[in-house]
Ligand binder design. Structure first.
Ligand SMILES: CC/C=C\C/C=C\C/C=C\C/C=C\C/C=C\C/C=C\CCC(=O)SCCNC(=O)CCNC(=O)[C@H](O)C(C)(C)COP(=O)(O)OP(=O)(O)OC[C@H]1O[C@@H](n2cnc3c(N)ncnc32)[C@H](O)[C@@H]1OP(=O)(O)O
Ligand SMILES: Cc1cc2nc3c(=O)[nH]c(=O)nc-3n(C[C@H](O)[C@H](O)[C@H](O)COP(=O)(O)OP(=O)(O)OC[C@H]3O[C@@H](n4cnc5c(N)ncnc54)[C@H](O)[C@@H]3O)c2cc1C
Length: 664
């Protein structure tokens, strides 16, 4: 038996053993549902097992005790050990296996290949021509070069149209001349740019004969491949410590009239001929495809981060005893308090919901990629709108859930021994990267307004399936609520809010206000509509996914979890459903929520065990699989570098003299 499955091992905390014994389903079967197949869930376990047999892959010290330099060095050290052993560990052609390997060994604090895998290679796949792929993709996949994605500038991130970096075509030499005209035009933030990457996909405005054709992607060599020194004309470095990701080297980059060949414009879709003729892409926003890809993957990625925090908080809550319920002879597990359950269980449901919803979104992205390669770009606007809303809602709710998980661990949650603050820092980065959340909610808002305008213009039949509900009439809600009735409640809320926000915008515009001002004055209402629409999508994919599960025990507990989800979500949007639900109905739903918290309680630990996140990956003393928290907390504190000596130099140098002086 591996240390990952539900089995009970000698030396485990009796409290966690009791929890595992009360689980009603097989956690391996649940893991197969979470990871898409039994085969992949099994591969994850095998990879974790193989990693545990290579001691050099373990952290050389708990990461929170390392400084920035130590973290960056540790990341590169482990990467080199991974690459020496890669064939023993994974199938190198499998992206998913690679992601699991990296997450387990490198942790979540960033490493030199994170953006190489997540954005650089996908940008080459989506935007490089076949010929360019022959030139660069193999080299990137074999890691002969390390790449990054350099788009954001110090002064411009959300508004791509205002980027300042230029790539001016010179027909005489058939080159592009890259230039950063100002301080604010310095590329700023790209992961792995600072110290690791020697190549980059750089997004710059394409200029041909003084005409600006807007942002385009260029393949740019930044450093000498032998010496790793920056090439002449390139200014590059690290932007300094961040809230999290401090094992990563997010960077800055400037160009001084830096020349690259004409063939380095990534030209699968748009081209510049030798004489300077511009060949338009099939869709104006096709150059945004690397972003759409990451946004499509963010629901599963963020669901996994929320899962990490919940494994820690739920296991710890089952071994932490504090206060009393009826039995005054022994303190109670804090997991038995209704407030603790209300704090944690809806987040467990959200983590599952995000992961299931992510499957669907990744499927839609993969289909779009095929369609676009075949010249069909008609699905781009729909997926852009969907992923814009989804990345915003999942990152925000993940952040909320992780912070609640931290508080649910009391004082020890605040210690880095819990590791929750690191998970939080990484997760909330997602509220900003890949499009700041408000900006992206407003992108979805535009799409929703356009959908309402179609209905107003008698074109309801042309609405896509995800917005068809906007044209329906209010439904009566049956008091005997099942998940599909909750979906109708959500549809009501999203429809009402979308109409209200659109009508507000239209009214302001019709009053003579400019389009932009009217939009701005309706924008808070529009973001509310976008959130409700997205939460409706998440709920409906959760319901559909649970409906498709075959294992009856797994399905049973997921239905219980779904009940937690739908009741919690509807209570959470109470203000938007006042016109639909009576206060009696709201009381009924509230009570159903409390009942569903009790129903899920015996399965809480098994539900988080099913994420099968190993102790190595979790890096948390509080979340250990064996539940032996206290002795390991003491061990962890003793390993603090501050405890290497009993008397610190700072005491000898400053505090002792101060105390001595005060004695006189
Ligand atoms: C594989 C795993 C992936 C992810 C894992 C997730 C979590 C993992 C956990 C740990 C992470 C580990 C490592 C990763 C670490 C770090 C981060 C990773 C990546 C970060 C990288 C970046 O941040 S890259 C920079 C991203 N930048 C942005 O996102 C910028 C945001 N701005 C924009 O996208 C655009 O400016 C815009 C969309 C806001 C506006 O664009 P634009 O000005 O061009 O357009 P308009 O507003 O004028 O709109 C005109 C019409 O065009 C439509 N439109 C816009 N975009 C698109 C599109 N992409 N497709 C289709 N249509 C589009 C728009 O809707 C308008 O339509 P109308 O019909 O209304 O006119
Ligand atoms: C951890 C991390 C990793 C990153 N990695 C990369 C990378 O690899 N490559 C890369 O190119 N970039 C990267 N970025 C940069 C990131 O993509 C940008 O920071 C992000 O797109 C937000 O842009 P901004 O910083 O310009 O925010 P701003 O747009 O300046 O946002 C500031 C505020 O203005 C508001 N705002 C802006 N525009 C509007 C509007 N139109 N309407 C209403 N409100 C608005 C926002 O809502 C926000 O509240 C990374 C960032 C982080 C934090």
């Amino acid at each position: 038996m591996t240390a990952l499955n539900k089995s009970i091992e000698p030396g485990d905390s009796p409290d966690l053993t009791e929890e595992r014994a009360s689980g009603t389903f097989d956690t391996n079967a649940m893991a197969a549902v979470i990871y898409g197949s039994d085969k992949f869930a099994q591969r994850r376990r095998e990879i974790s097992e193989a990693i545990s047999k290579i001691p050099e892959l373990a952290d050389s010290a708990p990461l929170p005790f390392l400084d920035r330099f130590g973290k960056v060095t540790e990341g590169s050290r482990k990467l080199s050990v991974i690459l020496e052993n890669i064939d023993k560990l994974i199938d190198p052609s499998s992206y998913e296996e690679g992601l699991h390997l990296y997450t387990e060994v490198m942790g979540m604090e960033g490493h030199p290949l994170a953006l190489h895998e997540v954005m650089f290679i996908p940008a080459l796949i989506a935007q490089a021509s076949d010929e360019q792929q022959v030139k660069w993709l193999g080299r990137a996949r074999r890691r002969e070069i390390i790449g990054c994605y350099a788009q954001t500038e110090m002064g411009h991130g959300s508004n791509l149209r205002a980027l300042e970096t230029t790539a001016t075509y010179s027909p005489e030499t058939q080159e592009f001349i890259l230039h950063s005209p100002t301080i604010t035009s310095l590329k700023w933030w790209p992961g792995a740019l600072g110290k690791s990457a020697n190549w980059a996909v750089v997004v710059a405005n394409l200029i041909i004969r003084d005409k600006n054709y807007g942002p385009h992607p260029f393949m740019v060599q930044l450093r000498d491949e032998d010496s790793h020194e920056p090439l002449p004309g390139i200014t590059v470095g690290d932007i300094g410590p961040k809230m999290a990701f401090n094992g990563g080297d997010n960077g800055f980059l400037g160009f001084r009239n830096y020349r690259i060949p004409r063939e380095y414009l990534l030209n699968r879709h748009a081209k510049v001929e030798a004489d300077g003729r511009y060949v338009k892409p099939p869709h104006a926003k096709i150059n945004h495809s690397a972003m759409i890809r990451v946004r499509s993957h963010m629901a599963t990625g963020q669901g996994a981060l929320l899962a990490h925090a919940l494994v820690i908080a739920v296991r710890y809550s089952a071994v932490r005893r504090q206060g009393y319920l009826e039995d005054k002879s022994r303190e109670v597990k804090v997991l038995d308090y209704q407030t603790q359950q209300h704090r944690l269980f809806p987040s467990i449901a959200r983590a599952y919901a995000f992961i299931f919803c992510g499957f669907e979104t990744i499927r839609l992205y993969d289909q779009l990629l095929i369609d676009v390669q075949n010249g069909n770009t008609s699905g781009m606007a729909d997926l852009h709108a969907l992923t814009s809303g989804l990345k915003s809602v999942v990152t925000y709710q993940t952040g909320e859930g992780i912070e609640q998980a931290r508080m649910a661990c009391g004082g020890h949650g605040y210690s880095m021994a819990s590791y929750i603050s690191e998970i939080y820092g990484v997760a909330i980065g997602g509220c900003t990267y890949e499009g700041e959340n408000m900006v992206m909610l407003l992108q979805l808002g535009r799409y929703l307004v356009k959908s309402i305008e179609m209905i107003q213009n008698g074109k309801s039949r042309e609405l896509g399936p995800m917005v068809a509900y906007l044209a329906e009439n209010e439904s009566e809600i049956d008091l005997n609520l099942g998940p599909n009735e909750y979906l109708k409640v959500f549809e009501y809320a999203a429809r009402n809010q979308t109409w209200r926000a659109t009508e507000k915008f239209q009214k302001l515009r019709n009053s003579g206000m400019s389009n932009e001002k009217a939009w701005n004055q309706a924008s808070v209402e529009l973001t509310r509509a976008s959130r409700l629409h997205t939460r409706l999508y998440i709920m409906s994919t959760f319901i559909n996914h649970v409906g498709s599960i075959v294992d009856q025990k797994v399905k049973g507990v997921l239905i219980d979890l779904l009940n937690v989800h739908v009741t919690y979500e509807v209570m959470d949007i109470g203000i938007y459903v006042q016109g639909l639900l009576s206060s009696n109905q709201m009381d009924l739903i509230r009570n159903q929520l409390y009942v569903s918290l009790e129903t899920i309680r015996p399965n809480a630990v098994s539900l988080v065990d099913s994420f099968q996140i190993s102790d190595m990956q979790l890096r948390s003393v509080l979340g250990r699989r064996d539940g032996n928290v206290y002795e390991n907390l003491f061990k962890w504190a003793k390993s603090s570098p501050l405890n290497k000596t009993d008397v610190l130099p700072s005491v000898t140098q400053y505090l002792k003299p101060m105390m001595e002086k005060s004695k006189l």
